[in-house]
Design a protein around this ligand. Structure first.
Ligand code: MTE
Length: 311
């Protein structure tokens, strides 16, 4: 992960919520116009998910702008050269056809076509905070559904204790894969109870539209109480195991990146204090909250665990 500070981003770049709503209304109107003209709605309207349910898990904090969320990214498969590289390069990644296979300690291993993944559960808009280990944060209006709905389909065996997430490798479009810094593919993992927690999301869109490639199209994980690196992008395989999976950043720098990676202002990263964070678009830093503000929902998952040891 790279250490760049978002000093160049002015607060005026934040899109207020009203603008987001106006934009949606415009997209809807454009769709109706296209239908009236006998064209497929998709030709005009980019609102891919018109019937989103609002989620009780959403934060009331204002989301960052579409521009912030889609141009300030970490996606090292597209290079280690800075936050704008994913937006510049990821457009070339092929996201159709796409399948996700779920295997390992499950009753019913299965390979899903992405179109079927999109239909697994009612889609929700979930507005979550995302806190990166590098010290910046954003608020992102995801479109998705709880990972537990997907895991229900394949019926985890009693022996399954962990879930491993393996992401896409496309050497032709991903120059980062040629760099030896990491063990590819980018792999992440959760304990099974973390994976089944209702906050753990499979995101397939943001701001009411399909995920832009740089944000992890066509599907990614979002675990809002953990540092952003746990939320693997462009997932192709999910494996249930009885052993803690090896994860990319932990393999590369174990003293810096733990398996748990819960947001914890009391445990500093060796190179960065985790006490405060800079919300992209804001000037002053704000205090980082334990579990990124989701302690009421998740702290009990770690009862009795020394979070300094299991960082
Ligand atoms: N997933 C893959 N496959 N490759 C990556 O480099 N970066 C992680 C995570 N998922 C990454 C990834 C990190 S460090 C963060 S902070 C988040 O994605 C960033 O998500 P965003 O760019 O949508 O904000």
């Amino acid at each position: 992960m790279l250490i760049k500070r978002p000093d160049d981003i002015a607060p005026s770049e934040i899109t207020p919520r009203e603008l987001f709503e106006q934009r949606r209304a415009f997209i809807k109107a454009a769709g109706a116009l296209a239908l009236a003209a006998g064209l497929p709605a998709e030709a005009w309207a980019r609102e891919a998910f018109p019937n989103l349910q609002k989620s009780a898990y959403s934060t009331l904090e204002p989301p960052n702008s579409f521009r912030d969320i889609t141009t300030y990214n970490n996606f090292v498969e597209f290079g280690f050269g800075g936050k704008s590289q994913p937006a510049e390069r990821a457009g070339a990644m092929k996201t159709r056809p796409w399948t996700v296979s779920i295997e390992g300690l499950v009753q019913k291993p299965r390979t899903f076509a992405i179109e079927d993944v999109f239909r697994i559960a009612p889609l929700e808009e979930r507005i979550y905070r995302l806190r990166c280990v590098e010290g910046w944060s954003m608020v992102i209006p995801w479109v998705g559904f709880p990972l537990n709905a997907l895991l229900k389909q394949i019926e985890p065996l009693g022996s399954a204790k962990f879930v491993e997430f393996i992401t896409h490798m496309e050497p032709a479009t991903m120059p980062g894969l040629r760099q030896p810094f990491l063990d590819w593919p980018y792999t992440e993992g959760l304990r099974l109870d973390e994976a089944l927690h209702p906050l753990t999301l499979i995101a397939i869109g943001l701001y009411g539209e399909e995920l832009p490639n740089q944000n992890g199209a066509p599907l990614r994980l979002v675990v809002p109480w953990k540092y952003g690196f746990k939320s693997g992008k462009s997932i192709v395989k999910i494996r249930l195991t009885d052993k803690e999976p090896k994860t990319t950043w932990n393999l590369a720098q174990p003293e810096e990146y733990g398996f748990y990676a819960n947001v914890n202002p009391d445990v500093d990263h060796p190179r960065w204090s985790q006490e405060k964070e800079r919300r992209i678009g804001e000037f002053f830093k704000r205090k980082t909250l334990p579990f990124n503000g989701y302690a009421d929902q998740v702290a009990q998952l770690y009862a009795g665990i020394d979070l300094r040891k299991y960082y």
